[in-house]
Design a protein around this ligand. Structure first.
Ligand code: ITT
Length: 193
């Protein structure tokens, strides 16, 4: 009989995020348990602050360890828009709306950023990950979620939506943040791989 897997609770309403979080943390031996809880969502230009405040609002109310994550797409020629407002912009104008804003724009550089906040031992630690890339000329692919059909990571030809879960998670902002978080937590739980 193997040892029981350590559980991490994840507070997110986004099934696409949850799928990726389960995949990445699963590689480190964690069992991901979705947790429905109301978190405080402040407005700030700083994703790390948004994630930290959300996690702090859950301390004492959520079982530990838990993770909340705030992420966004930052487009260089739009001075970082939609950034921390990505969720709202996706729900309102979507990929097509962003492509319209980018019509005729030569500089297509963009990046995804993820701030993953861990609640553990009564305090919060935040881990950041980013991936550089470019906005495609048209939407491509059916996988993933959100802005995946219009984002091509640097050094690749496919959009995130054309990639498998494994391919996306090999390079994504979310994986980078969560991998650092997982190593940190395993060390503290004394469960070195
Ligand atoms: P929770 O707060 O409940 O976790 P949410 O979708 O509202 O879910 P965010 O506030 O962090 O999460 O919004 C991030 C938005 O940025 C998300 O809705 C997508 O539109 C976009 N986004 C973030 N990461 C992405 C990714 O890996 N692929 C595509 N779009 C992404």
């Amino acid at each position: 009989m193997g040892a029981e897997k350590p559980v991490i609770y994840v507070v997110s309403e986004n099934p696409g995020k949850l799928r990726e979080i389960r995949f990445v943390l699963g590689k480190f031996g964690f069992e991901v348990e979705p947790l429905r809880a109301r978190k405080l969502e402040i407005q700030s230009d700083d994703l790390e602050e948004v994630a930290r405040v959300a996690a702090e609002s859950l301390l004492g109310r959520a079982p530990e360890p838990f993770v909340v994550e705030d992420s966004g797409l930052f487009i260089a020629s739009l001075r970082g828009f939609p950034g921390p407002y990505s969720s709202y912009v996706y729900r309102t104008i979507g990929c097509e709306g962003v492509l319209k804003l980018m019509r005729g724009v030569e500089d297509r550089r963009a990046k995804f950023v993820c701030a993953a906040a861990l609640g553990f031992n009564g305090s919060v630690s935040v881990f950041r990950g980013e991936v550089e890339g470019a906005i495609s000329e048209e939407p491509r692919g059916r996988g993933g979620f959100g802005f995946d059909p219009i984002f091509v990571p640097l050094g690749h030809a496919k959009t995130f939506a054309e990639m498998t879960l494994e391919e996306k998670c090999a390079v994504s902002h979310r994986s980078k943040a969560l991998e650092t978080l997982a190593v940190y937590l395993l060390e503290r739980l004394n469960l070195h791989r």
